[in-house]
Design a protein around this ligand. Structure first.
Ligand SMILES: [Fe+2]
Length: 279
């Protein structure tokens, strides 16, 4: 097994591992160490059936069931609760998957959950001719890049994370937010496995800093969100069919670039359970 860094920001390609076969303990341990070191791991050229993807992910944690309620899923599609199709394909006029078209702002998967997932495993099955790239930001670096004055201002702070998966932009929090998934999380976390400090806010899901005047909260968040423009801490992944990416949801967040609406994009996702996060 070979570990080849993908960029200065984060990420490594793992070569010499066939994920369609059962892996021995030593290989899983080596992948786990590389994951902690590099945040995002890429395995290219994989032929991965659904059950093998789930089996691989389950070596790193307990598989989390997907969250969309059965009544909101399209009919005529055979669902395994452990996977979610990220796709713009329609059947009988309804999308067969989630997060169908277009750009997505930077976010941490499931940061609105009391126990945000540890990692996401995404496998590319069909891709558009252009676009639909995934950008990953190294949130350890995002924290380290903050001016000292800003670090002082966010120490001990908590922020509201709120998300409606039917939307592309931030939820309006001026009304009743009970119907949306939401949770208050620390603005910075210490990573439960590496012990390193990471910034834990993002422009799609983080709505306000708690116990702070609205204007001040908005201005401070705008300053924190400047990590999205810092190319030195971002890696852009251009997908190939057969890519399996696994990423750490605690120390990174990710975004998607736009792609042509008429072209098919289909990826298969599964997620492993996490835990409560603390400053
Ligand atoms: Fe995501």
């Amino acid at each position: 097994m070979e570990v080849v860094p993908l960029s200065d920001a984060l990420g490594a390609e793992i070569r010499g591992v066939d994920l369609s076969r059962p892996l021995d303990e030593a290989t899983v341990a080596a992948i786990g160490r590389a994951w902690e070191d590099h945040i995002v791991l890429l395995f290219r050229g994989q032929e991965l059936a659904e059950d093998r993807q789930i089996a691989f992910a389950s070596r790193f944690g307990e598989i989390a069931a997907r969250s969309r309620p059965p009544e909101r899923r399209p009919e005529g599609v055979d669902y395994n609760d452990a996977v979610m199709m990220v796709s713009n394909v329609k059947r009988n006029g309804r999308y067969v998957g989630s997060l169908p078209d277009g750009e997505m702002w930077f976010h941490h998967d499931m940061c609105y959950d009391p126990a945000p997932s540890r990692g996401t495993f995404l496998y590319a099955m069909q891709l558009p001719s252009t676009g639909g790239d995934t950008l990953f930001a190294n949130m350890y670096r995002a924290y380290e890049a903050l001016p000292e004055g800003v670090r002082d201002r966010i120490r001990g702070r908590r922020a509201l994370q709120i998300y409606d998966y039917a939307m592309r932009e931030q939820v309006d929090i001026s009304g009743d937010i009970a119907k949306y998934k939401h949770h208050v999380q620390p603005v910075t976390i210490s990573h439960p496995l590496t012990g390193r400090r990471a910034l834990y806010v993002n422009p799609l899901i983080t709505a306000r800093i708690e116990d702070m005047a609205e204007t001040e909260s908005r201005e401070l968040l705008a300053e924190l969100f400047r990590f999205t423009e810092n190319s030195s801490l971002i890696y852009t992944h251009r997908w190939q069919v057969g890519d399996l990416l696994m990423w750490d949801n605690w120390s990174s967040c990710h975004a998607r670039t736009d792609f042509p609406a008429g072209e098919i994009r289909m990826l298969r996702r599964c997620v492993i359970k996490g835990q409560a996060l603390h400053e």
